[in-house]
Ligand binder design. Structure first.
Ligand SMILES: Nc1ncnc2c1ncn2[C@@H]1O[C@H](COP(=O)(O)OP(=O)(O)O)[C@@H](O)[C@H]1O
Ligand SMILES: [Mg+2]
Length: 325
């Protein structure tokens, strides 16, 4: 399973739109794709053809302790969808407490789905900083932030970049976080300049840009993604290009066994030293230099011992040689 997270500092920038379109586009490459909505606003399943009446989802399953797999549905496009679902006011704090108390809540739930190694899980997230977002960043193999081509989004770049760098664990096979600039208005000089500024800061990390296109919101009104409809629209072309680039970036499959080992490894660290959510994620990185130093000093000890033994043998040979003369 390969986990792709769609994140942003602000709401309304097009995260759910991009998550849904990438999910449909990637599912055309014969991949099992599961789109997971972690945002209580529940927009993702609407993009994928669900109706507002659908009330099941991961929130209720998590509170009731039932399997996430039972709450999955399948969209007409073939994408599997796990909506956040509707949850009452007493259950929401219970769910939030559960997420806050268990730093591995998301990783454990995703693992319990037993998806094929090359399945792609796309996580749509609520905007801003939250315990959910921290877990998303820790679980993701590829993080895609979405920004608008405007001055306000440009100003939030360092904020979201720092957050990603603090919580996204670089693990073998994972790739640099990337960014999609959405709703670029090619007719507006301001929008074009904002895009240039963002490209100036992020360089190669701008995965692509998606033009502002009415076809995108029209598709949503029909419960579809623009990738499924309006083939010659700008939105369709841009989102297909982004999907192709995501496909090139996707880390090779991560065996389930490796993923299963991760929460355990973190738990062990936490037992050694109580940590805040921030240091849970940073722990691995932080300890790496210590482990290297310990290995180096062990090697140096072995070399010292060998040198002493060689010296002793040499002295013995010299003494024997003197005696025999
Ligand atoms: N490239 C685009 N062109 C036109 N409208 C867009 C584009 N991207 C998103 N939208 C519209 O913007 C609104 C917010 O998008 P949404 O994906 O729900 O944002 P978020 O998930 O970040 O809150 C939706 O009405 C969507 O149709
Ligand atoms: Mg959304």
């Amino acid at each position: 399973m390969i986990v792709v997270a769609i994140v942003s500092a602000k709401g309304g920038v097009g995260k759910s739109t991009i998550a849904a379109n990438l999910a449909v586009a990637l599912s055309r490459h014969a991949r099992t794709v599961l789109a997971v909505d972690l945002d209580p606003q529940n927009a993702l399943h609407l993009h994928l053809g669900g109706t507002p009446q659908d009330i099941g989802g991961l929130s209720r399953a998590s509170v009731a302790g039932t399997a996430w797999s039972d709450a999955c549905t399948r969209a007409a496009s073939g994408v599997r969808v796990l909506p956040f679902g509707q949850i009452n006011e007493t259950d929401l704090p219970t769910l939030e407490r559960r997420i806050a108390d268990d730093p591995h809540w998301l990783a454990t739930q995703l693992h319990s789905l037993n998806l094929p190694d090359d399945a792609v899980v796309i996580l749509d997230t609520p905007p801003g900083v939250s315990n959910t977002l921290r877990q998303v960043l820790a679980a993701a193999d590829l993080v895609i932030s979405v920004v608008l081509a405007d001055a306000a989004s440009y100003a939030t770049l360092p904020q979201i970049d720092n957050l990603i760098r603090r919580h996204h664990r670089a693990r073998p096979g994972s790739v640099e976080p990337v960014c999609i600039v959405n709703q670029v208005d090619v007719a507006s000089r301001l929008s074009r300049e904002a895009l240039q500024l963002i490209e100036g800061v992020l360089g190669q990390r701008v995965l692509g840009r998606v033009r502002a296109d009415r076809a995108v919101s029209e598709a949503l009104a029909h419960g579809q993604t623009v990738v499924e409809s309006s083939q010659d629209s700008a939105g369709h072309q841009d989102l297909m290009e982004c999907a192709d680039r995501v496909l090139q970036l996707l880390p090779s499959r991560r065996p389930q066994a490796e993923q299963q080992a991760e929460p355990q490894a973190q738990t062990t660290q936490e037992r050694q030293e109580p940590q805040t959510p921030t240091t849970v994620v940073l722990g691995d990185e932080d300890r790496r230099p210590d482990r290297q130093t310990a290995q180096r000093s062990r090697k140096a000890g072995v070399y010292r011992l060998m040198a002493v033994l060689l010296f002793a043998v040499l002295v013995l040979l010299i003494v024997l040689w003197i005696r025999t003369r």
